[in-house]
Design a protein around this ligand. Structure first.
Ligand SMILES: Cc1ncc(COP(=O)(O)O)c(C=O)c1O
Length: 364
């Protein structure tokens, strides 16, 4: 049976299902930078352990100033959160949309946040015939009865980046129709050539950009994300209404420090450039797989062997990949794998070759 936890990274349950210890598994199910937490941050945390003995600044002024400086925007456009996830929920609660449009397949938390405010959800299904990408037809789905649209760039789980001109047209059309657009740029730091929408926020009154710090800087356990928008009323309302101190002192310190670590950022881009093209090429060469070209640090694929439970077969080889069976619009043939270190990627490739050559699971 597929191990379909709501998110990737659930190695505790996966390990328990196999009767092994979590550390024995190589986790390809969560898309985290394999370089690990920047050494500069680790040292900064060690040097500042006493921060735990005080409440963090309730306004997180230094953190917001640092994030604003990093993006060249005013600090009142920025709101940090305990991971981007907190802000997905806070933003939706504040905007209180009545009818929202989601693309499927997509990240599960948008739906949960919209459900929590009893928002009606309309779905736009991406299809394999269109290579899982929205095209011009999508514009017709943006109708004035909507008041909210979520976009994920690049999309999760497909790893694809929608066409830039189409994105511009989508945002312009939403703006003309008073539809709030929430763009999730959680993985954009992995694409250095793409600045995303933050530099153009001043043109759009109802555009909300969400960023995660947890993936690129490998701190999913520390938790940090942020919202940037020129809609300062909404940003300040969320700031006023939410619970105090949701960001721990070390996560706040991370946000003040990590964007200065250019060595880490460059090393990450260098690793990804090499490993992404190598892993993609080698996966593509396997006839048992259909693979979509990744824009960020994870690869979406379909297993072409009928009846083969690929996730289970790899788990037996101590490798956990993300089954996409529980994404609306997908089924048990689809998977997502993180791009990891050269050594780990080699383990995955070897395990896949082993699975596909195994007569017992070849499946015809
Ligand atoms: C597309 C997308 N957005 C947001 C998040 C949440 O990120 P964070 O760890 O910052 O809460 C995730 C986590 O998997 C994600 O995949």
């Amino acid at each position: 049976m597929a191990f379909t936890s709501q998110h990737g990274g659930n190695i505790r349950e996966a390990a328990a299902s196999m009767g092994v210890e979590p550390h024995e598994l190589i986790d390809f199910s969560a898309n985290i930078n394999p370089l690990g937490m920047p050494a500069s941050l680790k040292q900064a945390i060690i040097d500042n352990l006493s921060l735990a003995e005080h409440y963090p600044d309730e306004a997180y002024q230094d953190l917001h100033d640092a994030l604003a400086r990093h993006h060249g925007v005013s600090a009142d456009w920025v709101l940090a959160g305990n991971g981007e996830t907190e802000l997905i929920f806070n933003l939706v609660k504040q905007l209180a949309p009545k009818r929202a449009l989601l693309l499927t397949p997509g990240f599960a938390e948008y739906r949960r946040a919209l459900d929590a405010v009893m928002c009606e959800i309309r779905e736009y299904s991406l299809s394999e015939t269109q290579d899982w990408q929205p095209d011009e037809q999508f514009l017709a789905a943006l109708t004035p009865d909507l008041d909210c649209l979520f976009l994920c760039t690049p999309n999760n789980p497909t790893g694809l980046m929608p066409d830039r001109h189409l994105l511009d047209a989508i945002v312009a059309r939403c703006c003309a129709m008073n539809i709030a657009v929430i763009i999730d740029e959680a993985f954009l730091d992995f694409i250095p050539a793409d600045p995303g929408f933050i530099p153009r926020l001043s043109h759009y009154p109802q555009l909300y950009i969400l960023r995660s710090v947890t993936k690129f800087f490998a701190i999913p356990g520390l938790r940090l994300g942020y919202l940037v928008s020129r809609d300062i009323d909404t940003v300040s309302q969320i700031r006023k209404r939410r619970e105090p101190w949701t960001i721990n002192a070390f996560a706040a310190l991370a946000g003040e420090r990590v964007f200065h670590d250019h060595q880490y950022i460059e090393a990450s881009h260098t690793w990804l450039k090499t490993e992404r093209s190598r892993l993609f090429a080698q996966l593509t060469a396997m006839t048992a797989l259909r693979v979509w070209p990744p824009a960020a640090n994870y690869i979406f694929l379909r297993c072409e062997r009928p009846g083969l439970a690929l996730q289970q077969a790899l788990l037996k080889r101590k490798i956990l990949i993300r089954s996409c069976a529980n994404y609306p619009g997908l089924d048990g043939r689809y998977y997502r794998v993180a791009i990891k270190s050269e050594a780990d990627n080699n383990h995955l490739l070897a395990a896949l070759r082993d699975v596909f050559s195994d007569k017992d699971v070849a499946g015809g």
